[in-house]
Design a protein around this ligand. Structure first.
Ligand SMILES: NC(=O)C1=CN([C@@H]2O[C@H](COP(=O)(O)OP(=O)(O)OC[C@H]3O[C@@H](n4cnc5c(N)ncnc54)[C@H](O)[C@@H]3O)[C@@H](O)[C@H]2O)C=CC1
Ligand SMILES: O=C(CO)COP(=O)(O)O
Length: 334
């Protein structure tokens, strides 16, 4: 425990926000989680369970919930865990409720569709007085909530502040690794969701594990190419928030993105897949904006583009596969 950080606010009572809040209570922190739905905050306060988004996991009774964002007033640090498309609205609502210099740890994995901005930029727009950090890596909410061993990238510019924050939140089974490349961590988290949809499609279509592994490796090259073009560091993309999360998300049906891709590969309609789940599938919103961003920057991202085209209904799954397989042979470079 450190002296400085005593109160933590978690913005977002979905599966990941709940898991992070649970993890913080294990580090003996004073934690308040904001849930958009009053019935979810009631369930956390009275039954110690997030019945809507993380059912079946017993939460620490010390965890308190609210459905009023203003209750996160003047917390020592905040974790921002709303879905990427809703992050701006939640941060905006916190204007006037944070002290200058308050760390805001961005945990959502996506790019804002209407602006093309990553979450650090959204934070800068809405709460410029905050200190941004990015926490990202291979971490299914259910694993973290149960206390299974997990390691993530924790990127922040100020090394001393980062060290102090990590000391405040880490436990033996939750290991944040200090890093300084926020943009690289964000790129890994956003792009791997789109690639997980591609991997799911391949498996759903029965293309086999060789095709699946090829998509992971060439997808990793796409991710790294974008990162280098945007000024992030290659090393970040081979770390926990890049390769680590890519491997996890592309390999397990626990991933909403991967399972969405599998259903698409089996011929289900996107509207039906999304309509049947009470969970965010970030890659669906990220794919089209990522395609736009890559085109603007002249970055070749054929796998991600194919996912965007399938999501937008511009081409069928079969056409996307043909398109990728008919690309000219080329050198294996990033
Ligand atoms: N679930 C996981 O294992 C992990 C999720 N993440 C990321 O965390 C972020 C949140 O995902 P989950 O917690 O899994 O969500 P979830 O799928 O469990 O729940 C959806 C969340 O969206 C919220 N929501 C819906 N409409 C909203 C609105 N208009 N304004 C604000 N919030 C709204 C709901 O209240 C709920 O909290 C995503 O960016 C995801 O990529 C990152 C790592 C792991
Ligand atoms: O980001 C995640 C694991 O690190 C969760 O992935 P999904 O959103 O695809 O479930």
């Amino acid at each position: 425990m450190t002296k400085h950080f005593k109160t933590f606010g978690v913005i977002g009572g979905g599966a990941w926000g709940t898991a992070i809040a649970q993890m913080l209570t294990r580090a003996d922190q004073d934690v308040l989680i904001w849930c958009r739905e009053p019935e979810i905050s009631d369930a956390i306060n009275t039954r110690h369970e997030n019945t809507g988004f993380l059912p079946g996991v017993a939460l620490n009774p010390a965890l308190k919930a609210t459905s009023d964002l203003a209750d996160l007033h003047l917390m020592d640090a905040l974790f921002a865990v709303a879905p990427a498309q809703h992050t701006r609205a939640t941060l905006m609502a916190l204007k006037g409720h944070i002290r200058p210099g308050t760390p805001v740890v961005l945990c959502s994995k996506g790019i804002e569709l209407k602006t093309g901005e990553f979450m650090t930029q959204v934070l800068k727009d809405e709460l410029p007085e905050a200190v941004p950090a990015v926490m990202s890596g291979p971490s299914f909410a259910i694993d973290v909530a149960k206390g299974l061993p997990t390691a993530v990238t924790f990127a922040i510019e100020d090394e001393a502040l980062g060290t102090e924050l990590i000391a405040a939140v880490a436990t033996p089974n939750f290991r944040p690794y200090l890093a300084h490349d926020l943009l690289g961590a964000e790129i890994g988290g956003a792009v791997k969701n789109v690639l997980a949809i591609a991997c799911g499609i391949a498996l759903g279509k029965g293309l086999g594990r060789s095709a699946h592994a090829a998509l992971i490796a060439r997808g990793s090259a796409e991710m790294t190419r974008l990162a280098l073009a945007l000024g992030a560091e290659r090393e970040t993309l081979s770390g926990l928030s890049g390769l680590g999360d890519l491997v996890l998300t592309c390999s397990s049906e626990t991933s909403r993105n991967m399972s969405c891709g599998m259903a698409l590969g089996k011929g289900e309609r996107l509207e039906d897949i999304l309509g049947a789940r009470n969970a965010v599938t970030e890659g669906v919103a990220t794919a089209p904006v990522l395609k736009r961003l890559a085109a603007e920057r002249g970055v070749d991202m054929p796998i991600c583009d194919a996912v965007a085209d399938v999501i937008e209904g511009a081409i069928s799954v079969d056409e996307a596969i043909q398109q990728l397989l008919m690309r000219p042979n080329k050198a294996e470079t990033v």
